[in-house]
Design a binder for this molecule. Structure first.
Ligand code: AMP
Ligand code: ZN
Length: 470
C-alpha cells in the first residue's frame, strides 16, 4: 500500500481514498502572470509522479484539480502594465504553461479551473456568505476579513506558536511572513481601475486563499478531499488559510493528506522570480537539453528534499536516460539464446521499484532498481544469455516503471519529432532551391547551416534534397 508523508501529522501514513476507489486531489496551480520557471515545474513534475503512482502502482482512479490563479495582485498588475484585459492577459500565460507542461510529459488533470470562471466566482461568493453566517468574518471599508481568533485550530498545519497570533490586526496582501499570523482578507473591496465582481458580498475581487478553497470544494465534492498538495512555501499562509476558510464554512475537515514538495534551488538559493535566478523550460532547451532530461532531473531526487539545479546535473540526467534507452536499443539487436538468465533480475527490480514508490515516492531508490536491472541486462547481453522471454520481460518492466516516471516514453516521442517542424524544413529547402536557382550560393549555404544548427542535416542527391536529424 502507498504510504505518504502528511504535513498535517508530520508522519508517513498508509493511503487509500475515502470514497470508493477514486482519489480526489487538489494541487495549487500556477499564478499566470509570467512563464512558469523550472522551480514551479519541480512541484508539478513531482505531483505528476504522485498522480501516476496513485493510478499505476496503487490502482486508483483520479479526480484531480489543478487551478490557474488568474486574479490576484500580480496578474492584475501584469495586465495593467500590458494594457490588456485581465482574462486575455492571463490566457496567454495559461497557453504557455500548457505548452511547457505537455513538453514535460505532465498528464492532464481532470479539472483545470480558472479562478475567474463564472461558476467559481459564484462559489467564492457563496463561501464568503457561509463564513459570514458562521461568524468567522468581519467587514471593513467594503472588504471582508477572516477573523482567525474565531477558528480555534488556526495554525495547526504550519504549527504556528499560539502567542504569535495577532488577532484583530489584519493583512490585505495574499502573501506574508510566518510570524505575521493575522486576520486575512477573503474579499477585497473594488478599487478604481481593478476588475471587480458582484457575487453577493459587495463589488470586489477574491483574495488568493479563497479561490482555492472554493474551487476545491466545488469541483471535488464533499469534504474531506483526499489529498491537497503544493510547494512547501504554500504551507503558510496559503494552506493554513485554505483550511480555516473551508472548515469554517463546512464544519468538516478539508483534506485528509497535505503533501508538500520541497524547493528547487540554484547555487544554494531558492529559485524564485523575486531573486531573479529563474530558468524557464525554454532556457534549458536553448542550451541543447531536452525536456525529458529536465523531467528526469526534477523527479530523480526525493520530493521532500531540496534539489540544487546545476548544468552538471542536467548532463548526468541526460546520461542516465541514454543508459536506459541504450539498453533497450541493444535488446533490439540481440540474437536470443535458448536459455534465459534474467527472470530473477526482472522480478527483483519490479519488487524494488514498487516498494520504493510505495515508500512515500522514493524515486531515487526506484531509479536505483531500474539501473541495477540495466546493468544486469547489459551483462547478460555480453554473455549471450538473453532469451526471447527475457527481452519481453525487460521491455514490459521498463514500460511499467515508465508509467510512473514518464521519462522514456517522453524521450521516444521527442526522438520521433524533428526539432524543426516538417513544414518549416520543407519551406527552407524550397527557399534554398530558389536561392541556388538565382546563383545566390551564400544564401543557400546560410539556410543549410541554419538548419544544421537546429539539428537538421540536408543531403543533396540527383533526385533532390533530403533531410534527416543530426
Ligand atoms: P506560483 O505560480 O508562484 O503560485 O507557484 C506555483 C507552484 O510552484 C506552487 O506550488 C509553489 O509552491 C511552487 N514553487 C515555487 N517556487 C518553487 C521552487 N523554487 N521549487 C519548487 N516549487 C516551487
Ligand atoms: Zn491554493
Amino acid at each position: 500500500m502507498l504510504r505518504l508523508f502528511n504535513t498535517l501529522t508530520r508522519t508517513q501514513e498508509p493511503f487509500t481514498p475515502a470514497r470508493e476507489n477514486t482519489v480526489r486531489m487538489y494541487a495549487c496551480g500556477p499564478t499566470v502572470y509570467a512563464r512558469a520557471h523550472i522551480g514551479n515545474f519541480r512541484t508539478f513534475v513531482c505531483l505528476d509522479v504522485l498522480r501516476r503512482a496513485l493510478k499505476y502502482v496503487a490502482g486508483h482512479q483520479m479526480r484531480m484539480a489543478v487551478n490557474y490563479t488568474d486574479v490576484d495582485d500580480k496578474t492584475i498588475n501584469g495586465a495593467k502594465a500590458a494594457g490588456e484585459p485581465l482574462r486575455e492577459y492571463t490566457e496567454r500565460w495559461i497557453v504557455a504553461f500548457r505548452e511547457d507542461a505537455t513538453a514535460l510529459g505532465l498528464e492532464t488533470p481532470e479539472e483545470t479551473p480558472r479562478a475567474t470562471d463564472e461558476a467559481n466566482m459564484q462559489a467564492m461568493g457563496a463561501l464568503v456568505q457561509q463564513l459570514e453566517h458562521n461568524g468567522h468574518t468581519y467587514r471593513s471599508d467594503g472588504s471582508v476579513y477572516f477573523r482567525i481568533a474565531s477558528f480555534e485550530t488556526y495554525g495547526q498545519l504550519a504549527r504556528l506558536p499560539q502567542d504569535g497570533m495577532q488577532a484583530g490586526a489584519r493583512v490585505d496582501v495574499d502573501e506574508y511572513a510566518k510570524d505575521d499570523a493575522r486576520d486575512f482578507v477573503l474579499w477585497k473591496a473594488s478599487k478604481p481601475g481593478e476588475p471587480s465582481w458582484d457575487v453577493g458580498v459587495g463589488p470586489g475581487r477574491p483574495g488568493w486563499h479563497l479561490e482555492c478553497s472554493a474551487m476545491a470544494l466545488r469541483l471535488l465534492g464533499e469534504a474531506p478531499i483526499d489529498i491537497h498538495a503544493g510547494g512547501i512555501d504554500l504551507i503558510f499562509p496559503h494552506h493554513e488559510n485554505e483550511i480555516a476558510q473551508s472548515e469554517g464554512a463546512t464544519g468538516t475537515p478539508f483534506a485528509r493528506i497535505w503533501a508538500h514538495v520541497e524547493h528547487l534551488f540554484v547555487e544554494g538559493e531558492k529559485m524564485s522570480k523575486s531573486l531573479g535566478n529563474v530558468y524557464a523550460l525554454a532556457d534549458i532547451v536553448s542550451r541543447g537539453y531536452r525536456p525529458s532530461a529536465l523531467r528526469y532531473l526534477l523527479l530523480s531526487s526525493h520530493y521532500r528534499k531540496q534539489l540544487n539545479f546545476t548544468w552538471a546535473g542536467m548532463d548526468q540526467a541526460e546520461e542516465s536516460i541514454r543508459r536506459i534507452v541504450g539498453c533497450l536499443t541493444r535488446l533490439d539487436d540481440v540474437r536470443p539464446s535458448e536459455q534465459g538468465s534474467l527472470a530473477e533480475a526482472v522480478a527483483s527490480a519490479r519488487g524494488r521499484f514498487r516498494e520504493s514508490i510505495e515508500d512515500d515516492l522514493n524515486t531515487a531508490a526506484a531509479l536505483g532498481a531500474v539501473f541495477d536491472l540495466v546493468r544486469d541486462v547489459n551483462a547478460a547481453i555480453d554473455a549471450g544469455s538473453v532469451s526471447v522471454g527475457d527481452i519481453q520481460a525487460v521491455r514490459a518492466l521498463v514500460a511499467e516503471c515508465d508509467q510512473v516516471l514518464g521519462v522514456i516514453a517522453l524521450r521516444q516521442a521527442e526522438d520521433a519529432m524533428p526539432p524543426v517542424p516538417i513544414a518549416e524544413i520543407e519551406a527552407e529547402i524550397a527557399a534554398r532551391q530558389a536561392a541556388r536557382g538565382r546563383r545566390d550560393f551564400a544564401e543557400a549555404d546560410r539556410i543549410r547551416q541554419d538548419l544544421l544548427a537546429r539539428g537538421i542535416v540536408l543531403e543533396d542527391n540527383p533526385t533532390g534534397t533530403r533531410w534527416k536529424r543530426k
